[in-house]
Design a protein around this ligand. Structure first.
Ligand code: ZN
Length: 610
């Protein structure tokens, strides 16, 4: 039922996409007719009083013949597949003509301002922008810096979307500005169109800044904020990562690239852009080594996006529609495959040890095994519905996330390719083919295009594989993924198990998740129940997990809990589960064939036993 609905939706979705495209082509054609020379939109942003998170923005649009000009703020930004309604930071909007006379205007929807033009002419709009949002990586201004993603800062007009843009910044005296865009002068950037401006965020302030060249290309690293990092080490390690992209692709789609790092509080995550990325790390999360490796892994992930997403991407995302959702069933390939390629880059760079990589795989496997939603939703459906994904623990019973399950689907495809071709073809070859065939801004690829590439590379059809593992919830056999490359899952002893997770709350432990089909689910527990006692004994902190683990599988326990401040009791019969998560380890006696396939898989030698 879910499948057929989905297919119908996709078919319906195709037509608006073509119309969008025609609309864009028409808009470009009008612009060309209206302005024999390339038009230009000039933006100025004044950040000289940044402490209240405010900027004054102006934009001058070229002479416009129509009876009105419509200017807009996007509803979302690229890389974050959620409606954000970025017009919500605009205040004190004004519009004037070329002589400075006020023009009348009105809003016609939540994101669009229509400015009346009694006669043809240039239009200048001005507005105050409130920018106090950090974790979504849209716009943040304070007394130390500004991070400006243009989709959250600069208004656009459809008719001038394909024309040149320039940005001039007015900033406090000590501030310096960085962006992937060309900078013809200090505090000034230019781009050939609004789409490139949107994909080239600006970081400005008093940042630590470093430069290096590698493989004939220029790299910059900026770091905003203090933390427990060694900037020399950060730059040296990034320098080791960038050449490793050559193990996947035959070329680099940029000449200059900027890594913007925010070391700050309460946020984490990163966003890919055309030839830059912004990476946010809680300031004390550069140590210990496991956390530092997470940071490097995120860095590799964003860098890989420079090809997978920013250079070639799914047809449903081409062109970006900033007013509404772009739909695709391939986000799993955009995010999950990017994640799948990230750690191996660190392995090849010598930054991560094989055992550390195996640890990450075992965590991935453990998450999958406790995600009931993996039986319920395919990665194709999860891709399509990413816009309404709830995310987090509570979604685990019904949904999969495109990062984890997309990574597993990529892993399955990689191993299937390697095994079927005796190590000749890997999943890297599929991405090289996507880069060669679909690289550049104009066109996107479909799932059928990917399957056609798979057939070309291997001579065999992948339709059945795709239907089973991408369009349906995959039945993952981890032993079959690990054995051909000389690895196996080592499970520890079983202990009693409830199937819930919890966090400390006043007076007890608040349930965060209850796994569907688990003993806790069967007993009727739900997230937000506050567990206070088991068998009449108060439990809190470490005792919460220990009290269950020290019981015996099959035992019945009495659980006291508060639900909406009302005390109640339930009995629960415990199940069993491995005490530790299953570890990915080497087999005792790997064969030559296993070691050879391991090397083709990760491009590093099969690790020696420790
Ligand atoms: Zn990503």
């Amino acid at each position: 039922m879910i499948r057929s609905l989905h297919t119908r939706f996709l078919r319906r979705g195709r037509r608006p996409r073509i119309q969008q495209h025609l609309r864009l082509v028409a808009a470009v054609a009008v612009a060309v007719v209206a302005s024999p020379v390339q038009a230009r939109v000039d933006y100025v942003i004044d950040l000289t009083s940044p402490e209240h998170h405010l900027a004054q923005v102006s934009a001058v649009f070229p002479a416009t013949p129509a009876p009105y000009l419509e200017v807009k703020m996007p509803a979302w930004r690229t890389g974050r597949y959620t409606i954000l309604d970025l017009a919500n930071g605009v205040r004190r909007f004004t519009a004037t003509d070329g002589q400075g006379h006020p023009l009348s205007w009105r809003k016609i929807d939540k994101s669009t301002w229509r400015i009346e033009l009694p006669q043809p002419g240039a239009v200048r709009v001005g507005y105050e922008l409130y920018a106090n949002e950090l974790g979504l990586r849209t716009r943040h201004i304070d007394d130390s810096h500004a991070y400006l993603d243009a989709s959250a800062v600069f208004m656009y007009a459809d008719r001038y979307r394909a024309d040149d843009v320039s940005v001039a910044l007015s900033v406090p005296p000590a501030w310096k500005s960085y962006s992937g865009m060309t900078s013809p002068a200090p505090q000034r950037f230019v781009a050939p169109n609004w789409d490139i401006l949107v994909d080239s965020p600006i970081e400005t302030g008093i940042e630590k800044a470093y430069r290096f060249s590698e493989g004939g290309r220029d790299y910059e690293v900026t770091i905003w904020g203090d933390g427990n990092y060694d900037p020399g080490q950060v730059v040296a390690d990034i320098r080791k990562i960038v050449p490793q992209a050559g193990s996947i692709w035959s070329g680099y789609p940029f000449q200059r690239y900027v890594f913007m790092i925010h070391a700050t509080d309460g946020v984490g995550g990163a966003t890919e852009h055309r030839n830059s990325t912004v990476i946010q790390v809680p300031r004390w999360n550069f140590q210990p080594r496991a956390k530092y490796l997470d940071f490097l892994s995120t860095t590799a992930h964003e860098f890989i996006h420079t090809w997978n997403v920013k250079n070639y991407r799914a047809a449903g995302m081409v062109p970006y529609d900033y007013e509404r959702e772009n739909y695709t069933d391939l986000l799993w390939l955009e995010e999950g495959s990017t994640e799948y390629f990230a750690d191996p880059l660190l392995l090849r760079a010598g930054l991560m040890k094989p055992d550390e990589y195996f640890g990450n795989l075992s965590r991935l496997i453990d998450r999958h095994k406790h995600k009931f939603g993996a039986n319920e939703q395919s990665v194709a459906d999860a891709s399509f519905d990413e816009w309404i994904s709830v995310g987090g623990d509570r979604a685990n019973n019904a949904q999969v996330d495109i990062y984890d399950e997309g990574q597993i689907a990529s892993w399955m495809l990689d191993l299937a390719l390697l095994q079927q071709t005796g190590g000749r073809i890997s999943y890297r070859d599929v991405h090289e083919a996507l880069y060669r065939r679909f690289g550049g801004p104009a066109r996107g690829f479909t799932a059928a295009d990917v399957r056609a590439i798979l057939k070309e590379l291997t001579g065999a059809s992948w339709e059945a594989w795709w239907a089973q593992n991408v369009d349906s919830p995959a039945r993952v056999d981890f032993d079959r993924l690990l054995a051909p490359v000389g690895l196996k899952l080592q499970a520890g002893p079983q202990v009693a198990w409830a199937g819930w997770s919890a966090e400390a709350a006043p007076g007890g432990m608040r349930l965060r998740s209850v796994e569907r089909g688990s003993p806790a689910w069967g007993a009727g527990f739900v997230p937000d129940d506050i567990i206070v006692a088991i068998d009449g004994k108060r439990i809190a902190g470490d005792r919460f997990d220990a009290a269950i683990a020290e019981s015996r599988a099959g035992a019945t326990v009495t659980v006291s809990y508060f639900r909406r401040d009302q005390l109640a009791q339930k009995t629960m019969t415990l199940g069993s589960n491995p005490k530790e998560r299953p570890a990915v380890v080497r087999v005792e006696h790997p064969t030559a064939a296993q070691m050879a396939l391991f090397k083709r898989w990760l491009l590093i030698p099969y690790p020696k036993g420790s």
